[in-house]
Write a protein that binds this ligand. Structure first.
Ligand SMILES: [Zn+2]
Length: 199
């Protein structure tokens, strides 16, 4: 590839910031794009512009929403909420088919210490509000089995203790250190199915 074409170099830099891609794969992607201007560059550019303009994260549930419509979380006919760290985790659970209910996407985990004061912009308060407002019966914690995930589950469970709601978490079939997103469907399905009640 010719060097010193700033647009190309900048595109490679941007693409190599995407998850799972290094500079080498970014170069291959950019070449593929340039060689397919009409089939790839044009629709991709327009799709990206549309997504930029129309798609946001909902400030209440953390899910993606279109700027032109209400988020599904504003429908208050639900009695279960599954709490996950990120959207990829939600997609992983959805793809197992075991749960069709509502999700709450925290946006990450709390740091292990000092978590009481520093929620790092996570959607914690809005979770509590959703649980209260919709008379939710069960909150399912589907967080990573890392220290941060466990700390976060514990903190959230504690924050919910004055609200009458059952709290559960995924079963121990998940080995320590697992992130929900990377579990295979079978493991995730059974961890979800055999979820345990928190005291
Ligand atoms: Zn929402």
């Amino acid at each position: 590839m010719q060097k010193n074409i700033p647009e190309v170099e900048e595109l490679i830099k941007l693409i190599s910031k995407l998850p799972g891609l290094g500079p080498k794969s970014a170069k291959r992607i950019v070449l593929k794009l340039i060689n397919n201007r009409e089939e790839l560059v044009k629709p991709l550019a327009s799709k990206l512009a549309q997504v930029y303009k129309n798609i946001l994260r909902c400030k209440i549930c953390g899910n993606l929403k279109s700027i032109n419509s209400n988020c599904t979380c504003s429908n208050n006919n639900y009695d279960q909420i599954c709490v996950v760290e990120n959207i990829a985790d939600m997609w992983a659970i959805e793809s197992t088919g075991i749960y069709k209910g509502h999700f709450h996407i925290l946006g990450g985990t709390l740091p292990s210490f000092e978590h009481k004061n520093n929620k790092n912009g996570l959607l914690v308060d809005s979770l509590l509000n959703r649980v209260k407002k919709n008379s939710v019966k069960e909150v399912i914690f589907a967080l990573s089995t890392t220290t941060e995930g466990a700390t976060t589950t514990h903190y959230l469970q504690d924050s919910l203790k004055d609200i009458e709601v059952k709290t559960t978490k995924l079963a121990q079939g998940m080995s320590v250190g697992s992130e929900v997103e990377f579990l295979d469907d079978g493991t995730l399905f059974s961890a979800f199915k055999n979820r345990t009640k928190l005291d």
